[in-house]
Design a protein around this ligand. Structure first.
Ligand code: HEM
Length: 139
């Protein structure tokens, strides 16, 4: 009797998006981030740079972070050629060290709240977003 051969398909490597927990956890982080921006006076200058209604931003940042972390690329497909760094250089209110620090602080708090159980993942995500934010300072 011959032994049955098993057809093994190579496992797809896990992306940061998968490890984060996909769309539900990204949405939770983004909503937490904008809730802090809306409710905590420590983020006043950052809040003042944004439109009164943050709902479109909640959707856009979640879509961006999904693609950025290796998940669905809808955000880029809907905005051919979009560059997040150039978009931030064209904002009506230029980004300063103060507002970049506020963005990073609110985002770090949101990430720690939802990914505190995976410290290496939370740390690499926070470090990468801090570097991007520093690169966005234009005044
Ligand atoms: C350096 C600190 C940052 C500041 C002060 C800042 C501020 C802003 C402001 C004022 C807007 C426009 C909001 C509105 O129209 O209501 C915006 C849009 C946006 N930001 Fe930031 N941002 C920062 C960092 C980042 C980073 C690091 C990312 C990506 C990881 C990001 C992703 C986005 C996205 C996806 C949009 C929406 C673009 C669109 O749909 O048109 N931002 N940001």
């Amino acid at each position: 009797m011959t032994e049955a051969t098993t057809q093994e398909t190579p496992a797809k490597p896990m992306t940061p998006y998968d490890r984060i927990g996909g769309a539900p956890v990204i949405s939770a982080i983004v909503n937490d981030f904008y809730d802090r921006m809306e409710q905590d006076p420590a983020f006043k200058e950052l809040r003042d740079m944004h439109a009164p209604d943050l709902s479109p931003m909640r959707e856009s940042l979640a879509g961006y972070l999904a693609a950025w972390s290796g998940g669905p690329r809808d955000w880029f497909e809907q905005r051919p050629g979009a560059c997040i760094m150039s978009a931030h250089r064209k904002l009506a209110t230029p980004i300063t060290k103060l507002t970049a620090d506020q963005w990073v602080t609110a985002m770090h708090q949101a990430i720690d709240t939802h990914l505190g159980h995976d410290v290496p993942l939370a740390t690499s995500m926070k470090d990468a977003l801090r570097q991007m934010s520093i690169g966005m300072i234009s005044a």
